[in-house]
Design a protein around this ligand. Sequence first.
Ligand code: CDP
Ligand code: CDP
Length: 231
Amino acid sequence: QRKGMVQMHRLSVAIDGPAGAGKSSVARMLAAQLGYIYLDTGAMYRAITYEALRKGLSEKDPKAVSEMAEHMNMKVAEGAQGMEIFLDGNNVTPFLRTEEVSRHVSPVSAIPRVREILVAVQRKLSEDGGVVLDGRDIGTVVLPGADVKVFLTASAEERAKRRFRELKGTPEERPFSSICDNIRRRDAIDAGRAVSPLRAAEDAVLIDNSSMTLEETAEAIAVLCRRVQEA
Ligand code: CDP
Ligand code: CDP
């Protein structure tokens, strides 16, 4: 009821969690509802991975990948389908969710210099607030001062089922067991790496949405945002 009466503070919202928890879908919905910018940080790590693979670089050579990342010309823009990523002016968004990129993205993301570069970009894009970021280290590293922090999870089984359903009938369709393996492997690397491991910030609100719809999950986070607005 205070809406419209006072100038609303444009919040920064951090959503972290493992693969398939629903982070990007929920972040996109929430940003649309609030009129905020949605930043898919996973897509940025995927773009670096895509470019490294295209150049024949391996995560086993962190120095080469770091050097490539330093000289990369990455731009993000709001497109019709949500956030789009451009490398040297080319829209690479359609190539970021392939099996090959999914297989290499976690080891590439564990390279400290790669993280430094992307974290700086993410902070810069968030400096005016009015943003929803999803990733693995948003509440802990990228925006430790975020107004709202959520750690979104669901059971590994449910997350794999969701990915399976999402890819079924597309060129990226894969057997359930392969999807399950990829999710488990990425979770393990993401949670176990030395730099910015996947974990909930101490002040994050934990939401397990194993038996919640996307709409219910987005609404639960919208409630947290309203609470902060009204405080
Ligand atoms: O959508 P999905 O959960 O499959 O993954 P994503 O959000 O696109 O992230 C892909 C990978 O990027 C993750 O498995 C992490 O290895 C890495 N990542 C990260 O290290 N830090 C972030 N803030 C976001 C993603
Ligand atoms: O970004 P993240 O990897 O955390 O998950 P996502 O890509 O947003 O969601 C993975 C898939 O699960 C998508 O197809 C969502 O539509 C679906 N999903 C769902 O059906 N119900 C939920 N409560 C959350 C996600």
